[in-house]
Design a protein around this ligand. Structure first.
Ligand SMILES: C[S@@+](CC[C@H](N)C(=O)[O-])C[C@H]1O[C@@H](n2cnc3c(N)ncnc32)[C@H](O)[C@@H]1O
Length: 264
């Protein structure tokens, strides 16, 4: 279950990679644009602002996210859908997927399929978090594998569900795309008031901790949260009322039909 309000905490920090990703999409006048895993839809609306002549669609498997998106005043059409079953229309010129595919097992095969199904010259723009080896996730795994929780939570833990930029570049070049891949580590400065939860705990509640919360009862979740909070405070100590939270993200922008462009 996704909670749009919890996810939208730290909205500025979460939206920056989306804008950095879109800045590398060169398409001038796309016919149709699709945002796969659009979440609460706020970022999808910026696609309609950029390309007012395009048919813009936002798809997400979480009904609560689509309900939130549907309340926005926008020309974007939103619908509940699982990206694993999505196929592009023949006029889909831009596909965006921001901070989604880390949740989708087998997403490498999906990327290859989409690249092959899209029309020549279409652009596939993807961003995934590359922070699974960060102190935040190491702390999460350390707590979840303690005897108290490992039977319930062990299967939920994901060591490295995403690739690095070279992996995505090679994958999509093999699918006949021209690729632009990179990574960025953002250092988010999160306010850390003394009377509030640790901000990295708050951040993780919107994303990585969702499956943990869903698997535990109220008392178990309170204990888990308290223990993780202590570890996060050690890993990210507050300094002058804020925490420095480095966050690595992996980006790839791929344009289909590269060979035809090279050999017109
Ligand atoms: C971290 S949010 C990102 C939302 C949005 N793209 C953004 O950048 O704000 C991840 C979203 O992926 C969606 N999602 C996860 N697996 C999905 C799937 N298989 N099909 C469609 N959406 C999925 C979730 O419901 C959630 O809204």
């Amino acid at each position: 279950m996704w909670d749009p309000a919890t996810y939208l905490r730290y909205g500025d920090e979460r939206s920056r990679p989306f804008h950095d990703l879109l800045a590398r999409v060169p398409t001038a006048r796309p016919r149709a644009v699709v945002d796969l895993g659009c979440g609460p839809g706020t970022l999808t609306t910026t696609l309609a602002d950029r390309w007012p002549g395009a048919r813009v669609t936002g798809l997400d498997s979480a009904p609560e996210m689509i309900a939130r998106a549907g309340a926005l005043e926008t020309s974007v059409e939103f619908a509940v859908a699982d990206v694993r079953r999505w196929h592009p229309d023949p006029d889909t010129d831009v596909v965006v997927s921001n901070a989604v595919l880390q949740w989708v097992p087998g997403h490498r095969e999906l990327l290859t399929r989409w690249a092959r199904e899209l029309p020549a010259g279409a652009v596939l723009a993807v961003q995934v978090p590359g922070n699974f080896d960060a102190p935040s996730h190491r702390a999460l795994r350390a707590v979840a594998t303690r005897p108290a929780w490992r039977d319930v939570l062990g299967a939920l833990l994901r060591e490295a569900p995403v690739d690095d930029p070279v992996g995505y570049a090679a994958l999509l070049a093999d699918a006949d795309c021209a690729v632009d891949a990179w990574e960025t580590t953002y250092v988010h400065l999160l306010p850390a008031p003394a009377d509030a939860d640790h901000p990295v705990l708050s951040w993780m509640e919107g994303t990585a901790l969702r499956p943990v919360r869903a698997a535990l009862d109220a008392a178990g979740w309170a204990d888990f949260r308290a223990e993780l909070g202590v570890r996060l405070a050690e890993a990210y100590p507050p300094r002058q009322g804020r925490v420095y939270f480095p966050f690595r993200r992996v980006f790839v922008v791929a344009r289909t039909g590269a060979r035809a462009e090279e050999n017109p």
